[in-house]
Design a protein. Sequence first.
Lengths: 289, 398, 665
Amino acid sequence: MTDFLQLTAAGLSQGSVYALLAVGLIATYTVRHVVNIAQGDYAMLAGLGSISLVSAGVPLPVAILIALVTVTLASVLIERLVIARVKDLTTLVSIILTLGVSTLLQAIMLLVWGAEARRLPAFPGEDLLIGGVSIRSQELWMLGTLVVVGGGILLFYEKTRWGKALRASAEQPVAARIVGISPAAASVIAFAIAGFAGAAAGVVSSPIYLSIWSGGLLLGLKGFVAAVLGGLVSFRAAIVGALLLGMLESYVAGYVASGWKDAVAFFILIIVLIIRPAGLVLRPNAVRV
Amino acid sequence: MRRTHSRLLTSAAVAASLALAFTGCSTSNFGGDDGGGGDAAEEGPVKIGAVLDITGVGANLGVPEQDTLNMLAEQLNEEGGIDGREVELIIKDNQSTEDGAAKATTQLIENDDVDLIIGASRTGPSLAMRPLVEAAQLPTISIAANAAIVEGSEWVFKTAQNDVVVIERILDDAESKGYTKVALARDATGFGEGIAEIITELGAERGIELTATESFEPSATDFTAQMTNLRSADADAVIIWGITPSAGLAQAAYVQIGVGKPVYQSHGVANAAFFEAAGDAAEGVIAPMGRLLVADQLQEDDPQKEVIDQFIADYTEAYDTAPSSFAGHAYDAWQIAVAAIQEAGTDPGELRDAIEATSDFVGISGVFTMTPENHSGLEADALILAIAEGGRWNLYEE
Amino acid sequence: MTLLEKTPGAVRSKTGFWPNNRSTIIGVAILAVIVIIVPFTATSSMMNIAVFSMIFALPAIGLSLLMGLAGQVSLGQAAFFAIGAYTHAILLQKFEVPGILAAVCGVLAAMLAALLVGLPMLRLRGHYLALATLGLGFIVMIAVREWEFTGRTTGIYGFGRPEVFGIPIDNNGLFFWFVAPFVIVGLVLALNLTRSRAGRALSAVNDSELAAESLGVNTYALRVKVFTLSAGFAGLGGVFYAYQVQIVSPQVAEFHVSVELLLMVVIGGLGSVWGAIAGAFIVELLSEGLRDLIPAIIPGATGEVQLIGYGIVLILVILLLPGGLYQAVRTVWAAIRRRSASRRVAAAAKVPDGTADAGTGDAPTRAFGGVPGEPAGPPAVADDEPIPSVPAISTPLAAGETILEVRGLTKRYGGVVAVDDVSFTVPAGRIMGLIGPNGAGKTTCFNMITGAIPPTSGTVSFLGEEVQGRKPHVGAVRGLTRTFQNLQVFTSTDVVGNVYMGRYRKGRAGIIRGMLGLQGREQYRNEEIAHDILDAMRLGDVAGLAAGDLPFGRQRMMEVCRALASEPALLLLDEPMAGLSGRERDMLANLLRALRDAGLTIVLVEHDVAQVLSLADSVAVLDDGVLIAHGDPESVRNDPAVIVAYLGTDAEEAKHELEELEEHA
């Protein structure tokens, strides 16, 4: 039982990272119908950037803030310089483009920070031991970040005028324009949200999972799997799906074989896509993609 | 019609680019004089190839090895080479992959016509190279650990201590402390393969049982699941068998999760990088390794002391940092190879015999005596036990 | 899903396995000569690049077919490459199977795996498919890494080099010659496929899936086949890779291999088989060059530094040159041609009399097929003479028997009922008109009858068989063909190419016959028929033009030609008169009457009520999704419910329609 709880705790904290990435992916998908393969690279970029700042003597909170802002701007820049320049953004084009962006970001990280995995210092806090289950304070930070950042994005979409318009623009660009958001602005906002969510995931997970130039792809893909569980439209379902995915991976690693852990997500992906493409969304007829 | 012309032009463009790409004078693309490393001339430079894990998960091993070989080659050529022949060192990066090792080996054999190969840094790539060098009948000295690399091989030797002797040292210490149960977390690649079986076998002689085996990829960063299972394995001690950084990260995860049992590590962590990866969690870890990292604590009469001190001095002067055990493995491979070439020249068969006849060679990792049955050449006395204290390895008083 | 921008060009049929058009012959010959010469002239490092380029050209050709022809993005091509390599290596090393057999098994294993995963996965669309293939790549990589049988992380090694006629292939020069023939044959097979019935159907699917399916193309089955074929190419590449590298380890299945393959295809130009080979060489060169260059520029750079080049090239090619090398070469070539043509014009202009006209007026237009802005002069449909000849049609039933029966057809979208419990029958050999105000549900009805959308409830029986809810090709192969209100033109080919696609259901040749070039006679005949129909419909003069360049009205006529080319038994026309000139309308009306007299059944959705009432034998009226009247034109014309329907929805239009009715009366 202790093992089970331990694995569950580890799965939840890993799942919170996937959840943040899934939120970012859905943000861009709903507005631009782009599955951003570079989403996970935002996380690594933010992680590595803040590590450099900390080792240069910048206090941790400041370093994190700078990394968050920089990566958010980088995401917007990518939207303006690459995504927005394509008139007819078909699936094929968007996948090749974001794959190119992802490859480029990875190469830049490799050249700047080298090939080794690096670690951000743990955030302040005491590790807990509850009934034999060890919970690292960083894991609480990760779940907390999901609540604050993920919840904030959710509130933005559901409560604010702009957020609602953004949602609407996914289906009806005209509707968005009525509220005063041009499609271009909507796209920029979506990419900013994606950049911010990815960066938040990257800095908060770095003390445990480390940051490495090549780590973003797999992380982003798992975020995508979680997003598919949300039917690529529902933030809530995607967050739930991400936490489930994290736990399932943890159980497979603990009870089956740790080597198969990374395959779990893709089995789920293929099975879900074939059986229930609408994901965990209860009323799947809202938007069909 | 339009399509027709453009296809014609496409073809022409392909042709033109090919023609451009392939102009240049031909060296033999049909296998050189003899299709292998074969009977290279006894004149001209001696060519020594090296296949190392310079990038990728084995970079902590391969980079100091590369530095060592470069340094030694330079020294040797300054001294006039081998019998007046210059030594040409050709180092290839296998990117820590089996694939890359095989490609690099093929290139060294086919394009560079080397007389001997050193490498690879880790077991998996070394195993991948083995059939290639055997087919080409080329003497090769691996600097990786697993005994499978040389077992039954005519052409392959190695300089790292055998995993069996390392495990013997660990289990001896465990037995002396009264441990009866151990749990294992091992590297999932070639380095860790067969380790559980050896522990089970050797442990039985000492009344020690292996209660759990977990594995981890050398590229892994999250070890929670494995460590959770080790925690519930109810062992007296834990063996973590891997290379840095993964073995160091596993160590950190092990301490974080609060298992609290003593840890043994392998000779795969015999470098400073282990402390970078494990941080404070390294404290108190015991690992068998060569004498290099505790050179300053050796007895004055230790037979290896002079060689080790000289190497540390040279290496530190050249690279401003202390060498790791892996640098030592490369040193030993180089010196054994050079001694054998001095003895027998570059005829592959004779060179092979000369390496096999290496006897009482005092190296960094121990004193080597090769035989036709033993292509590893080191015994248990090549190892000492070291303990991690205050961010470095210290000699452990048993 | 639409493809990358593609310049339309005519694809002509061919017969026989080996290329029979001049340029392809020259291209293949040049390639063969290069293959023979290279081992004698290349430096050893270049030779190394050449060998790996040849090996990777095979999976790249496969991927190019999949992405360019079938329009499917695969990010998991490395998975099939790995399956081929592993199967080959395991059979050689563990079972000591002869090399040829092991290689064949390697290719078959890759194809079998593709078939098994393709069957469910190719039902997915767009992003889902791409990412599912990516996931597949990871699963294969993890599976071979974790499985004892595949040698775990170290892989399979120690299986030795191939031998051909007793000669061991143990150096790069011989190995290059060993691979090259397979690449050349693979190239020819792939080129044949792009020009075959199946290849042209796939390219039509990329232009308009709906239209292609309505002509009888089973998109899904074709895609599965191409996916499998593409995996076969990848598997063959894997076989050679195993032989060359002498070890197969999990790295062959890694994502970066898939990315490299994708890059090869993108650089070469999607769907261009020559481009895939060129792309393979370029990527291998780029990779090798960057590995040397980057560390020289940035000291201390190690590892996979070539990625920076990959990323930049991927982005730049897509942004600046979406058609890749193929497009670049075409553009340059077209510019050269244009310049030389204009020089000829200039030279001709110096000649005082008008004799030069013949040389400059028509010829370049034809040579360029469909350069935008070059529509031929206005068509000369001067006289109102009736259609000289009626294209062939099928008459499976005697006139008057029920050919189409619709029962209780209903479509709901959420709470909105678009079509509500509509029932009618259509007798063979008659024209039925379906009219109604805007938004009455006419097109929805059409779409349900043809299978484009599934009904919420109700049945559609065509020739006694229920076809509702099945894909359009099901009805189409039985002779149910349609045209579209919003034109669905195959823009990547010319006019005759469009009409040729109408013949799809009359052809039989599949992918294998297509690749082997064993279908030429069938194709030639179908092309002739397409030409005949175009001539009959007075579109013969524009047969060679890009379909998208035709004026709207003639595109509509072309769609009718395309539908007629399939020798339908039942023709559904969705507003065929819209956008036609008065003269064209009359011609079409005459044609439809002639076709009816020949026994064809026609259902006509039309805005032009007067035309319908004068043409149709019976008329059905839809209003707000409900069938409010059905009968002969005379009774419908006087039906008060019909008049109210038109009045009620749009007074202006109804009044206008009424006046027209009066006039006719």
